[in-house]
Design a binder for this molecule. Structure first.
Ligand code: GAP
Length: 447
C-alpha cells in the first residue's frame, strides 16, 4: 500500500484530545483532510459520508430555528462572487479587514503580530520583519483577462449579500421593520494562522441572520438575540459550563461593530469564539447607500442591524468535542469490551448522522439476515438508518456508539417467532422488546 505523508494539520498544533477526535473523524468518515493523497492542502477539509449528514443536520437545525421557530425571518442565498464595490463599501478592502503580520527573515514563516511573544521567530529563532497589514480577502479574476479591472474576491462574510438585497427583499415581501434575513453559505479568508483541526480554516460556511430594526430598539433586540443564540446551543446539548457570552471590548471589536458579544466554547485548546452577535448600527446600509447611490433609507432613516453570525464548521467541531467521551474499560463487562477504552459520541438526536442501526444477531443464519434486511427497508424510508452484520454484536454496538447512533434494533431468534425486536438506547444501553408493526411509530416518538 502506498504510504502518503500525514497532513500537517493532523500531526501538529493539536492537543491529544483533539488528535483523538480528528482521527475518529477521519476513521469513521466525518472529516477528511482535503487533497490528502497530495499531503493535504492549506488547512482545507472535506466532509465524509457521516460528516455531510451531520453538517446538514446542524444547518437544518439553524435554518428551522430562524425561519420557523422565530418570527418574521425570511431566507436568501446570494452569490459568493460580488462586485468589488461591495467590499469597498463594507470596509473589507481597507485596513478594517487586515491582520498585522510579521515575517521571519530566515524561514519566511508568517505570524499574526498579536500572537507572537518576544521579538524572535517562534519556529527557528530568526529575526522578524516590522509588522505590516495583510488583507484576508481571497482574490480571483473574472473573465479571460487578468488585470486590475477583472479582480474580484471570494466573499469573506455572507452577510453583505443580504445588505445589498435589502430593497429587493422589502419590495418582494410584505415584511415591515423589524424583520430578519437568514443565509447559510461559504465564506473564504486567507487566514495567516489556520489550525486546531476545522476550528480556523480558509474556506468555511457561515450561518448568518441579519435583523433590521429601528435604532431605538437595537439594544433590546441585541439582548434578545444573544439569549436566543445561547439557548440554541444549550437546546442541542452543549454543556452549560462550557458555554459563555463574552462582551468584546472596543479595541477588539470588528470594524463595523458598535457592540459585540462573542459566544465562546471551552475547547481542549481553551475558550474560543464560536459565534458573534453584533450591533452593526447603520454602518452597512449607509455605506452601501453612499457607494451605490441608492436610497437605502426606510421611512426616512437607516435601519440598524443586529447580526448573529455562526460558523457551520465551527459549530460542527463544537458539537463533536462536546459529544466525545471515552469510557475506560468499556461500558459493558464482556472481555472483548474491557480490553480497550470505549468511545461514545453523545450527539443530540437532531444532529446524530445515523439515527438507527439494524443488526441481525448473527450473520450465518439466513432467516435472521432476511428478516433484518426487511426491517432495514422498513426503517430507512423514515430515518437515517444503517445495516451492519459484520463482527460480534458487542463490537457492532460499540461501532454505532462511536458515531452517535441513537438506537440499535437487533433481530434475534425470538424475532422470528414473536415478530418483535430488541431496541437498544445508545446512552442508557437499556433494551426493550418492540413489535415490528409498532416500531416506526415508537421510533418517531423518540426521535
Ligand atoms: N459577518 C460577521 C462575521 O463574519 P466573524 O466574527 O468574523 O463575523 C463569524 O465570523 C463566525 O464565522 C465566527 O464566529 C466563526 O464561527 C466563523 N468563522 C470566521 N472565520 C472562520 C474561519 N477562518 N474558519 C472557520 N470559521 C470561521
Amino acid at each position: 500500500m502506498i504510504q502518503f505523508p500525514r497532513p500537517r494539520e493532523l500531526s501538529n498544533n493539536m492537543t491529544d484530545l483533539m488528535q483523538k477526535i480528528a482521527s475518529l473523524a477521519k476513521r469513521r468518515g466525518f472529516i477528511f483532510p482535503s487533497s490528502e493523497i497530495y499531503g493535504g492542502f492549506g488547512s482545507c477539509y472535506d466532509f465524509g459520508p457521516l460528516g455531510v449528514e451531520m453538517k446538514n443536520n446542524i444547518k437544518k437545525a439553524w435554518w428551522d430555528e430562524m425561519t420557523k421557530t422565530q418570527k418574521d425571518i425570511v431566507g436568501l442565498d446570494a452569490a459568493i462572487l460580488m462586485s468589488p464595490k461591495v467590499w469597498q463599501a463594507s470596509g473589507h478592502l481597507s485596513a478594517g479587514f487586515a491582520d498585522e503580520l510579521v515575517e521571519c527573515k530566515k524561514c519566511h514563516k508568517r505570524f499574526k503580530k498579536d500572537e507572537i511573544k518576544g521579538s524572535k521567530c517562534p519556529e527557528c529563532g530568526g529575526v522578524l520583519t516590522k509588522p505590516r497589514k495583510f488583507n484576508l480577502m481571497m482574490k480571483t479574476f473574472i473573465g479571460s483577462v487578468e488585470n486590475e479591472t477583472s479582480t474580484s474576491y471570494l466573499r469573506p462574510e455572507t452577510c453583505q449579500g443580504i445588505y445589498v438585497n435589502f430593497e429587493n427583499v422589502l419590495n418582494s415581501t410584505r415584511l415591515k421593520i423589524p424583520f430578519g434575513v437568514a443565509q447559510i453559505g461559504k465564506a473564504f479568508r486567507n487566514e495567516i494562522t489556520p489550525g486546531n483541526f476545522i476550528y480556523r480554516t480558509r474556506e468555511f460556511e457561515q450561518m448568518e441572520m441579519q435583523w433590521f430594526c429601528q435604532p431605538k430598539t437595537a439594544d433590546k433586540f441585541f439582548d434578545f438575540w444573544k439569549k436566543q443564540r445561547m439557548k440554541w446551543y444549550l437546546n442541542l446539548g452543549i454543556k452549560k459550563e462550557n458555554l459563555r457570552a463574552r462582551e468584546v471590548p472596543v479595541k477588539e471589536r470588528a470594524h463595523y461593530a458598535r457592540r459585540q458579544i462573542d459566544i465562546e466554547y471551552k475547547f481542549p485548546f481553551g475558550w474560543q469564539e464560536i459565534e458573534g452577535v453584533h450591533n452593526r448600527g447603520d454602518y452597512d446600509l449607509s455605506n452601501h447607500a453612499k457607494y451605490s447611490g441608492q436610497d437605502f433609507k426606510y421611512e426616512g432613516y437607516f435601519p440598524y442591524i443586529i447580526e448573529t453570525s455562526a460558523g457551520a464548521d465551527r459549530s460542527f467541531l463544537t458539537f463533536l468535542v462536546n459529544a466525545y467521551s471515552e469510557v475506560k474499560g468499556g461500558r459493558t463487562k464482556t472481555t472483548e469490551a474491557t480490553k480497550e477504552a470505549e468511545v461514545l459520541l453523545k450527539l443530540h438526536k437532531t444532529l446524530a448522522p445515523v439515527k438507527i442501526a439494524v443488526l441481525p444477531l448473527v450473520k450465518n443464519k439466513p432467516q435472521l439476515v432476511k428478516k433484518a434486511k426487511e426491517v432495514y427497508q422498513l426503517l430507512k424510508t423514515h430515518f437515517s438508518t444503517q445495516y451492519d452484520e459484520v463482527g460480534s454484536i458487542g463490537r457492532r454496538y460499540r461501532r454505532q456508539d462511536e458515531i452517535g447512533t441513537m438506537y440499535a434494533v437487533t433481530i434475534d431468534f425470538d424475532t422470528l417467532k414473536k415478530k418483535d425486536v430488541t431496541l437498544r438506547n445508545r446512552d442508557t444501553m437499556k433494551q426493550e422488546r418492540i413489535k415490528i408493526d409498532k416500531l416506526v411509530e415508537c421510533l418517531k416518538k423518540q426521535l
